[in-house]
Design a protein around this ligand. Structure first.
Ligand SMILES: [Zn+2]
Length: 147
């Protein structure tokens, strides 16, 4: 093998790298644009922070909000829980827990220190199940945009 010869054969270096560099720049710009769009979506979203009709404070965590039973507007989860605790006349051993799909349960824990062992004595359907809430659909759409 003649190394000197080999080097001469390849001659000038080929600048394939420059093309790859351009592609990389292109991708970077696309990512920046996406970032800006996400930030704008978040800003618009924050400006539209709804007020909770139960306590009058803004609902920042709309994702964990519940729909008001009558009007369907978002209300704080904690405000709903508070109200239920006042209106449901709980016995000392009863607790209200969220059991999903807009429902709460009045439950009893036979052994206070065993939270896995409980029985549901009453189910409170807080959100009407057949109803779709526009504000919730909007958040879902927003979260799928913002990765
Ligand atoms: Zn509230």
């Amino acid at each position: 093998m003649d190394h000197t010869n080999g080097r001469n054969h390849s001659g000038r270096r080929q600048w394939n790298n420059s093309r790859r560099g351009q592609e990389r720049r292109g991708r970077r710009e696309a990512a920046d644009k996406e970032d800006i769009e996400n930030q704008e979506a978040i800003r618009t979203f924050k400006m539209n922070t709804p007020e909770c009709p139960m306590c009058g404070k803004p609902i920042v965590e709309l994702g964990s909000a519940l729909a008001d039973k009558d009007t369907g507007v978002p209300v704080h989860f904690d405000c709903v829980l508070d109200q239920l605790q006042k209106t449901e006349n709980l016995a000392p051993d009863q607790k209200i827990v969220y059991i999903g799909q807009g429902r709460f349960g009045i439950v009893v824990f036979p052994q206070p220190h065993d939270s896995r062992n409980f029985s549901i004595q009453k189910i409170i359907e807080w959100e009407p199940r057949d109803k779709k809430f526009e504000w919730r659909t909007e958040i879902a759409g927003l979260y799928s945009q913002v990765k």
